[in-house]
Write a new protein. Structure first.
Length: 323
């Protein structure tokens, strides 16, 4: 299978990105699929208008990918903007995309409903995402639940194109395991770079501790039994637990006598245990920007091998000449 996914370099990577996306990226690499993982820096422009910060975040997110274990020998890691043909494909796709399809998309609709004027970039965001996916003929897209609608839009756009010009584009499926579909943030909303509610994968030990200890809890006393299903702490701790450990904590919550402090400490300990090797690798990569650049270069060369023949066929299909 061909797998593709991207993350916007618009902030520091967090637990939601890891469990909702990167963990699945690894699974598909381990299964030997043809995997394309990129940094969606054109998409990041819809929320970040600071050139210096975008440049920094782009390289640092690439280093994060590597530190988390995405192995450039077994997948293609690249920058979206290094494959500018996605913008060409996006344009062609916009010409078969009904306005109504985009008007129904959450990111755009929410902004308009809040009375904020949306720009065309935000409106067209899902079409660029469709181009990212269709350009490498992906069959499967590992993402978090929040991206489900965008994959559906991609499928619709591909079908509109195919109906019009012939069966050229592969129709992709989303891959969203239920147990990690939406990781809650410190405030109980979806964890997101844009909500200031994250637990960052590569923050200092002290900041990670502070972030974990600021997860919102209710005012139940230590003695009171607690409902794990209503607890943000439990939802986050569960991510680190096998089924035995989950059962242990479910019982501890239900039987009372458990302090929220103890649960926060358990999350911190497990976070450090799981991410220590990756955090160490991330520190080493700090001093190797040329190494990261080299990997991005190799990655885009590989992605181009898949993308250019598709773009050529699309041009032919619609009547734009190839030179
Ligand atoms: P953010 O919302 O923090 O800006 P992105 O939009 O760049 O994150 O998301 C990158 C990937 O991580 C997407 O596949 C997205 O679905 C996934 N993801 C982000 N936040 C979460 C979350 N809280 N739970 C599960 N998956 C998430
Ligand atoms: N929109 C995605 C997000 O915010 C990022 C993204 C851009 C993406 N292009 C993609 C994800 C293609 C999967 C496939 O998380």
């Amino acid at each position: 299978m061909v797998i593709v996914s991207g993350i916007q370099p618009s902030g520091n990577l967090h637990l939601g990105n890891y469990f909702g996306a990167v963990q699945q990226f690894m699974k598909f690499i381990d299964e030997g699929h043809d995997c394309y993982y990129f940094l969606a820096n054109y998409h990041a422009l819809t929320s970040l208008r600071d050139a210096k910060r975008l440049k920094e975040l782009t390289l640092s997110t690439a280093a994060d990918y590597l530190a988390l274990g995405l192995d450039p020998a077994r997948c293609s890691i690249y920058l979206q903007s290094d494959l500018p043909e996605v913008c060409e494909l996006q344009w062609i796709l916009t010409t078969v995309t009904p306005m109504g399809l985009l008007e129904r998309c959450h990111a755009y609709k929410d902004k308009v409903q809040q009375g904020i004027s949306a720009d065309h970039g935000l409106f067209a965001y899902p079409v660029l995402q469709a181009a990212d996916i269709l350009i490498v003929r992906a069959n499967c897209v590992p993402v978090g639940q929040d991206q489900k609608q965008h994959i559906e839009v991609t499928r619709d756009i591909a079908q509109y194109f195919n109906n019009c010009y012939g069966e050229l584009l592969a129709i992709p499926e989303p891959y969203i395991p239920e147990s990690v579909a939406t990781v809650p943030g410190r405030d109980g909303r979806k964890m997101s770079k844009s909500y200031n509610n994250t637990i960052e994968l590569f923050a200092s030990d002290q900041d990670v501790r502070q972030q974990i200890f600021s997860i919102v809890t209710d005012s139940a006393s230590v003695a009171e039994p607690k409902d794990p299903e209503r607890s943000i702490l439990y939802a986050i701790l569960k991510l680190f637990c096998d089924s035995n450990a989950q059962q242990y904590w479910t019982d501890r919550f239900r039987s009372g006598g458990l302090s929220y402090r103890e649960v926060k400490q358990a999350i911190f300990d497990r976070f450090m245990e799981k991410f220590a090797p990756m955090r160490e690798r991330r520190k080493q990569l700090e001093n190797q920007p040329e190494h990261v650049e080299e990997i991005l270069k190799k990655g885009v060369d590989q992605a181009r091998k898949a993308a250019l023949p598709l773009v050529k066929q699309v041009r032919e299909a619609v009547g734009i000449r190839n030179i």
